[in-house]
Write a protein that binds this ligand. Structure first.
Ligand code: 13P
Length: 247
C-alpha cells in the first residue's frame, strides 16, 4: 500500500507572515492517514521548520553539484541543512523559465538522492502536445529521462502535472488522469520491477481545489496531489488534505 501524499508547492510566494498557517495544518492533520509536504520558497525553509517542526518540508529546485561557483543556486545538502526532507525537481515552470531538460532534472534528482532528500519529479504535456495526441509519449519520455536509476518508493515521487492545467482552473477529465497515471505506473513497473515500480507514488497536479479533490483522489493510481495556488491558504489546502485522508 502506498501512503497518500498531499504536497503544497508555494512557488515564488510567501514571506514570514505566511508561516502562521503551518501550525493550523499540523493541528488539523498532524496524525492523519496521509503524508503532508510543504514546499515554501527556500528563504522560508528554516523558519518553517522552527514554526512547524512536525511538517515535512521540501525545496523547489536544487543544483546538480554539491558545492561551488554557482551564484544564486542551492545544493541539495543546503536544502537539507535548512530543514528540507524533499525537493521538487523538473517543475514545468523551471523547464520553461530556465530551459531545464530531462537530463538536467535527472542529474538534480541524483544529487537529491545522494543528499538523502526525496525527489519529487514533475512531468506533464503542454496543450499543444495533448492536442497532437502525444501525451503518453511526452509523459513517458520525461519519466524515463528525468527519473534516476536509484529511484525507490522511499526516495522518489512522480508528479503528473499537465502544463495546461497549472494555474488555469482547467483539469483533465478523470478518464484522462487515469489513462496517464495507469500508463506511468506500467512504465515504472517495467523499468524498476513490480516491487519498486508499485511503491513509487504518483501525484496529480494542476488546478486541484477543494471542489475537485475527492473525485481526483478516487482515480486509479492517483496517490495524492501536488497543489499550487490552493496550498497557499489553509482554508483551501485543509479540505484538500481531508479529502485525501478519506480517499
Ligand atoms: P496549481 O495548483 O496552482 O494549478 O499549480 C499546480 C502546480 O504547479 C503544483 O506544482
Amino acid at each position: 500500500m502506498r501512503r497518500k501524499l498531499a504536497a503544497g508547492n508555494w512557488k515564488m510566494n510567501g514571506t514570514a507572515a505566511n508561516l502562521a498557517g503551518l501550525s493550523a495544518l499540523t493541528e488539523a492533520h498532524g496524525n492523519a492517514s496521509a503524508d503532508l509536504l510543504i514546499c515554501p520558497p527556500a528563504t522560508l525553509l528554516s523558519r518553517a521548520a522552527d514554526a512547524a517542526p512536525t511538517i515535512p518540508l521540501g525545496g523547489q529546485d536544487c543544483h546538480a553539484n554539491t558545492a561551488g561557483a554557482h551564484t544564486g543556486d542551492l545544493s541539495a545538502a543546503m536544502l537539507k541543512d535548512a530543514g528540507a526532507s524533499a525537493v521538487i525537481l523538473g517543475h514545468s515552470e523551471r523547464r520553461t523559465d530556465h530551459g531545464e531538460q530531462d537530463a538536467a532534472v535527472r542529474a538534480k534528482a541524483d544529487a537529491a538522492l545522494d543528499a538523502g532528500l526525496t525527489a519529487v519529479i514533475c512531468i506533464g504535456e503542454t496543450l499543444e502536445q495533448r492536442e497532437a495526441g502525444d501525451t503518453l509519449k511526452v509523459a513517458g519520455n520525461q519519466l524515463s529521462g528525468s527519473t534516476p536509476d536509484g529511484a525507490t518508493g522511499a526516495n522518489t515521487v512522480v508528479a503528473y502535472e499537465p502544463v495546461w492545467a497549472i494555474g488555469t482552473g482547467k483539469v483533465p477529465t478523470l478518464d484522462q488522469i487515469a489513462e496517464v497515471h495507469n500508463f506511468l505506473r506500467a512504465e515504472l513497473v517495467a523499468r524498476f520491477g513490480a516491487v519498486t515500480g508499485n511503491a513509487i507514488r504518483l501525484l496529480y497536479g494542476g488546478s486541484v481545489k477543494p471542489g475537485n479533490a475527492a473525485e481526483i483522489f478516487a482515480v486509479s493510481n492517483v496517490d495524492g496531489a501536488l497543489v499550487g495556488g490552493a496550498s497557499l491558504k489553509v482554508a483551501d489546502f485543509s479540505p484538500i488534505i481531508a479529502a485525501l485522508e478519506q480517499a
